[in-house]
Design a protein around this ligand. Structure first.
Ligand code: KPL
Length: 315
């Protein structure tokens, strides 16, 4: 397939799975990483999916790439700099795709590229980086990705559909939806429930289904996201509590990205997840006290947990 797809931040867990899937589907796939210089061929391993050869490039080589599709798989707080670097490189993709957790990232792409060229690819799979270089391992059964644009923001459906077809051809359980907004909130409910609870319990995702206190707290968090979504005018595609528990079970072997971030001494995405929930609730006159309390608890614990050994071992 001639389509050139570039995955920015594709050496992270979620991005390297997407990059491998695109390459396995026959796209001309490149990964841009802050740590690389120039461009070289790289064998990208996504355990649980397959391995493929991609071009691994640094930003210095980005002007030579002419991507049709750019998939941004950076952390949410790194997205703005990545978009600026893409614009500086002269990229003008027909589709810019957000793979970030939480709220704010799709909005940023809509602003930078226009709503008719901005989409989200929501990863409901669990993955972690393999030590050294690029590469990742899928943990748990889920391979699900939901791809689409916000219907309210103009049509980019044909290109989003093509991306979903490529990801599916590459081995992911990818689905295109006409309006991604309800699914973005469903994924927000999953992250708001699973991620902080796995941090508080310092355990793999399965703690959310197996431990009664974790299960109850996660259920309260997800239900509250559902209520905030309602006041923001978004009808979820299903019950947010059931969805959070289903994903926690299907990714049970994984350590959530928030736990992985803390174990690696990185900043967490709590501001984009539970922080975004209670702030959005406040704007719509719908307080979200459970998300706010858990947000505060994680912020308080961050300095104590940073760098602590992950229950998943090396990651
Ligand atoms: O998105 C995730 C994350 O950890 O950020 C899930 C789907 C919960 C997998 O762990």
């Amino acid at each position: 397939m001639a389509l050139q797809a570039v995955v920015v931040g594709g050496c992270g867990a979620v991005g390297s799975v997407a990059a491998a899937a695109l390459a396995l589907a026959g796209a001309d796939a490149a990964v841009v990483s802050r740590r690389a210089r120039g461009c070289r061929a790289e064998r990208l391993v996504a355990e649980g999916l397959g391995e493929a050869v991609v071009r691994l490039c640094g930003w210095d080589a980005a002007p030579a790439l002419k991507p049709d599709v750019v998939v941004y798989a950076t952390k949410a707080y790194d997205l703005e700099a990545a978009v600026q670097a893409s614009l500086d490189a002269g990229w003008s993709p027909s589709l810019a795709v957000s793979m970030q957790n939480g709220l704010g990232s799709l909005e940023l792409l809509e602003q930078a590229y226009g709503p008719s060229r901005a989409a989200a690819a929501l990863a409901f799979y669990g993955a972690h980086k393999l030590p050294g270089g690029c590469g990742s391992r899928l943990a748990g059964r889920s391979r699900r990705v939901v791809v689409g644009c916000r219907r309210a923001q103009g049509g980019c459906s044909a290109r989003a559909r093509l991306l979903a077809e490529l990801l599916a051809a590459g081995g992911l359980d990818a689905e295109h939806v006409a309006d991604v907004e309800p699914y973005r909130w469903a994924k927000l409910a999953v992250n708001a429930a699973v991620n902080p609870v796995t941090v508080l319990a310092w355990s793999r995702n399965r703690v959310v289904v197996e431990n009664p206190w974790a299960r109850e707290l996660a259920s309260m968090l997800a239900a509250e996201v559902g209520r905030v979504a309602g006041t923001a005018g978004v009808e979820l595609p299903g019950d947010p509590v059931e969805e959070a528990l289903r994903v926690a079970e299907a990714t049970g072997d994984n350590c959530s990205s928030m736990l992985q971030d803390l174990a690696a001494g990185r900043r967490t995405e709590i501001d984009y997840i539970n922080g975004a929930v209670w702030r959005t609730g406040e704007r719509h006159g719908a307080p979200a006290p459970v998300n706010r309390a858990v947000y505060n608890a994680v912020r308080l614990l961050e300095p104590w947990l940073a760098g602590r050994r992950s229950p998943c071992g090396t990651y």
